[in-house]
Ligand binder design. Structure first.
Ligand code: F6R
Length: 610
């Protein structure tokens, strides 16, 4: 999704903005631009395409300005071209704005502004906002106030930065529904949609909240609500390292993140998995333990990959605790007037903590009186702050657009929650210890899967020209199949479907012929024989079978065209291990097809629009 960065201070802002935008590239975007105030004049450069295209288009310009804002846009209103790219400016070319989010009432505002004589040049909702600020500036002659007054008339979501030639010593920032973090340096201030763009310059940050507007000068930050109440905010320290968000020798972030999983899963369990006691300790849930134990039902809501984790979590929680779990897409939950009963506990899962649909589902559940708990990666994110309590997954920054390590850490946290609840509901200590030991061994098992890369590359070469794929699994590996299919379509643009294996005969079997690759997740669990029957059904129709099977499975080799071996785990934790070869398969297929793995077309890392 769109990225924002702003700088004011003694240095030349342009290289700082461009480097900041590069750090935000992982979010996915389709155009980029900067606005600088230089010798009292507003200078804007913008270009469809990548930050590199913007830089190329600026060759020959020698802008050196101590105040500037930069943006990467992911189109919502108006196609991704040079004109619609941000920044946008007012009629007099004095005020510039960059904006993440959507102004919902922009049509009504546009009609009014046009009547008042404003000339609107683009079809974007953002341009309307800068004209509205221009209008308010006529009344207040103060940029901070003008932005505040304009925002009082706006419906929708925004993270914005505004600068003006009339006040070249400040950046005005405001947020509602789209994150902004302010960086405090030595005689310089920065602001960005993501701390990744700031860490080169400072670790001292202030997270702006919804409904707040900030005025940044080189040596001060003033924050107010849009209703003009002054706010005192705490300065916090960023704790992650820069190298954590760099590629560390891997060709792509996605590959680096796949390889990080033994460590990221360990981090998600560190200090939480109590082997001796056969249980888990989750400090973030302690304040709500009474509610968790009294709950008659859980609801889990999320989007995309996080929704797949939720679905696997349903199997874990139901099997280990006997408490019923409903899983819902956040985008559906928010609008279907869901039945939430007193005592229900709702979990929301989100890597970014900024997904608009998930945030809305969270608010819907809270408005209905549920206790809402987060399973979130990004500390300080909107969802993390809006939930009543929760558990951070501690996967570290996930840069590749296709989620990998966040997914497996979400699963390991769901496993910890299941174990903790199960022990409180009567699971014996012995059984708890068996489960805890198995969970503890998962990172090591993933290391083993990572040694299968040559086989996976070979399979990818074999199928790189395929146009369709089917992924089949049963029980808790049905969500694994869904996730495998999603990874493949996201980054290699091959059409892929995931199904419960037994559902195949109710329709998808019509698609099977000698050209159809079918990936079976077939661990030696209680339903192994059933899945073998499904494999036979595909074989009988000449489908090409790729099996993800256990190391000690001696039958599968005769039934499949290709096998990737994975160590055995307790069935509850199967998806954590079994999804690794599927991530690798998607990755190597995408590489073999020459796709942009880390920034797949049309996708954004953090989906802050509904
Ligand atoms: C897929 C992917 C998306 C996200 C979804 C939710 O690889 O990354 O499907 O899982 O957009 O995002 P979060 O977890 O940030 O709420």
């Amino acid at each position: 999704m769109c990225g924002i960065v702003g700088y004011i201070g003694p240095k030349n802002s342009l290289p700082i903005l461009l480097e900041g935008l590069r750090r935000l590239e992982y979010r996915g975007y389709d155009s980029a631009g900067v606005a600088l105030i230089h010798d009292g004049k507003l200078e804007v450069h913008k270009k469809a395409g990548k930050v590199a295209d913007l830089v190329a288009s600026m060759k020959g310009t020698h802008a050196s300005a101590q105040l500037g804002i930069g943006h990467t846009r992911w189109a919502t209103h108006g196609e991704p071209n040079d004109v619609n790219a941000h920044p946008h400016w007012d009629c007099k070319h004095e005020i510039a704005i960059i904006h993440n989010g959507i102004i919902e009432n922009y049509v009504a505002l546009k009609i009014k502004l046009q009547k008042d004589g404003h000339t609107i040049r683009t079809v974007t909702d953002t341009e309307i906002l800068v004209h509205l600020i221009e209008e308010m500036y006529k009344r207040s002659h103060d940029l901070f106030t003008a932005v505040r007054l304009a925002l009082l008339e706006v419906e929708g979501a925004y993270g914005i930065l505004v600068i003006s030639t009339k006040e070249p010593d400040r950046i005005i920032a405001a947020r509602k529904g789209s994150p902004l973090v302010i960086g405090i340096g030595d005689d310089e201030s920065l602001v960005a949609s993501d701390a990744a763009a700031l860490v080169d310059h400072t670790r001292q940050v202030i997270y702006l909240e919804d409904g707040q507007v900030a005025c940044l000068t080189a040596d001060s930050v003033t924050i107010k609500t849009i209703h003009d109440q002054e706010i005192i905010k705490q300065v916090e320290e960023i704790t992650f390292d820069l190298e954590q968000i760099e590629k560390g020798g891997y060709e792509h972030f996605m590959l680096k993140e796949i390889h990080e999983q033994p460590t990221s899963i360990l981090n998600s369990m560190r200090g939480r998995l109590l082997l001796q006691e056969g249980t888990a300790k989750l400090g973030g849930l302690e304040p709500v333990m009474d509610k968790l134990l009294a709950a008659k039902r859980f609801i889990i809501t999320a989007c995309g990959t996080s929704w797949h984790a939720a679905l696997a979590g349903k199997y874990m929680i139901e099997q280990l605790t006997g408490i019923p779990v409903e899983v819902d897409y956040a985008s559906e939950f928010r609008y279907r007037n869901p039945v939430v009963q007193p005592g229900d506990v709702v979990f929301v899962i989100s890597q970014s903590g900024e997904t608009a649909d998930t945030l809305a589902a969270l608010r819907e559940a809270q408005s209905k009186g549920a206790t809402v708990l987060g399973i979130v990666n990004v500390v300080g994110s909107t969802i993390a702050r809006a939930t009543d309590a929760g558990v951070f997954i501690h996967a570290g920054p996930e840069i590749g657009v296709a989620s990998t390590k966040a997914f497996t850490s979400q699963l390991s946290v769901l496993a910890l929650i299941s174990l903790l609840l199960a022990r409180h509901r009567g699971m014996s200590k012995e059984q708890g210890i068996t489960i805890a030991r198995d969970l503890q061994s998962v990172p090591e098992k993933i290391e083993k899967v990572l040694t299968q890369i040559d086989q996976i590359k070979y399979i990818a070469e074999e199928f790189k020209h395929a146009q369709n794929f089917i992924y089949l699994g049963r029980g808790i590996n049905f969500p694994t199949a869904l996730e495998g299919a999603l990874k493949l379509k996201e980054i290699s643009y091959i059409h892929a479907e995931g199904y419960p294996a037994a559902e195949m005969k109710h329709g998808p079997i019509a698609l099977i012929d000698e050209n159809m690759p079918v990936v079976f997740i077939v661990p030696k669990d209680a339903i192994y024989d059933k899945v073998l029957s499904n494999i036979q059904e595909v074989r009988a129709r000449k489908g090409r079978i790729i099996a993800i099977a256990n190391e000690d499975d001696t039958e599968i080799g005769n039934l499949s065209d290709f096998v990737v071996r994975v160590p055995r785990t307790l069935s509850y934790f199967g998806p954590i291990v079994n999804s690794i070869p599927l991530q690798l398969l998607a990755y190597y297929m995408a590489v073999a097809r020459g796709c942009n793995v880390d920034q797949p077309r049309n996708l954004a890392k953090s989906v802050t629009v509904e």
